[in-house]
Design a binder for this molecule. Structure first.
Ligand SMILES: Nc1ncnc2c1ncn2[C@@H]1O[C@H](COP(=O)(O)OP(=O)(O)OP(=O)(O)O)[C@@H](O)[C@H]1O
Ligand SMILES: [Mg+2]
Length: 218
């Protein structure tokens, strides 16, 4: 097993009116190219910050991020944007943030595939249990269905890795269970997944758990 993503000694500081706040510090973690890695820890422990840095959305203040063994976090914002589009799918907590709400489910899948230069495959809707719902507009889908559509869009982009920040926290138990099943489907199709969550149901699913505390790996 190789690592698809790795953080080496990563620290992130944020400027605030009261001075710099260190969100994470000295974090060295790897996301292997198989299975589900979960970043767990209490609120404020730095899970989302770590995920954003690994997703190349943000550059670390200290340390580096490697993609498939190559240091990439030192590249320009423009280069990172291009790299991200081709290789990384990042999923947010709020279902609507992950989708184009004025489009149908099928149109979202097509747009996602095209954004990564992939040929759209609408059969993927069935993979996440949304067969027959291609013509539904996003607002007509439940939160859980929207999250599964977001996973479908991630799959359509054929990324090297999927990163998800608290994908179940805004869902009821049943919907969360279905989203987790879809996450497993992604992993079974060979896509490595990293999830930030303090949800026990997510942690149960993990192949490995990285525990965070006060911005560090515990
Ligand atoms: N943009 C920012 N500006 C200032 N401080 C920030 C910023 N983003 C995060 N922080 C701080 O960094 C620390 C880690 O935050 P982060 O959101 O990564 O934690 P988290 O583990 O995801 O928490 P939660 O479980 O509540 O989502 C917190 O103390 C937070 O207040
Ligand atoms: Mg968070």
């Amino acid at each position: 097993m190789a690592d698809v993503l790795a953080a080496q000694g990563v620290g992130v500081d944020y400027p605030t009116p009261a001075g710099a706040v260190t969100a994470i510090d000295g974090v060295t973690v790897a996301v292997p190219d198989q299975g589900i890695t979960v970043f767990a820890g209490p609120s404020g422990s730095g899970k989302s910050t770590l995920l954003r840095v690994l997703a190349l959305v943000e550059r670390p203040t200290r340390g580096v991020v490697e993609l498939s063994g190559e240091t990439v976090s030192t590249r320009s914002h423009r280069q990172l944007r291009a790299l991200r589009r081709q290789t990384i799918a990042l999923m947010f907590q709020s279902p609507l943030e992950n989708l184009l709400p004025e489009l149908t489910a099928a149109q979202n899948v097509i747009a996602a595939a095209q954004s990564a230069g992939q040929a759209p495959d609408l059969e993927l809707l069935g993979v996440v249990g949304l067969d027959g719902m291609g013509d539904y507009r996003v607002p007509a889908l439940s939160g859980g269905q929207q999250q599964r559509l977001a996973l479908c869009c991630a799959l359509a982009r054929d990324p090297k890795v999927v990163l998800a920040d608290e994908p179940t926290s805004q869902l009821d138990d049943t919907s969360a269970g279905l989203v987790l099943e879809s996450l497993k489907v992604l992993v079974d199709r060979g896509v490595p997944v990293a999830v930030a969550s303090h949800d026990d149901r997510v942690i149960e699913l993990a192949d490995r758990v990285v525990r965070m505390r006060s911005g560090r790996v515990a």
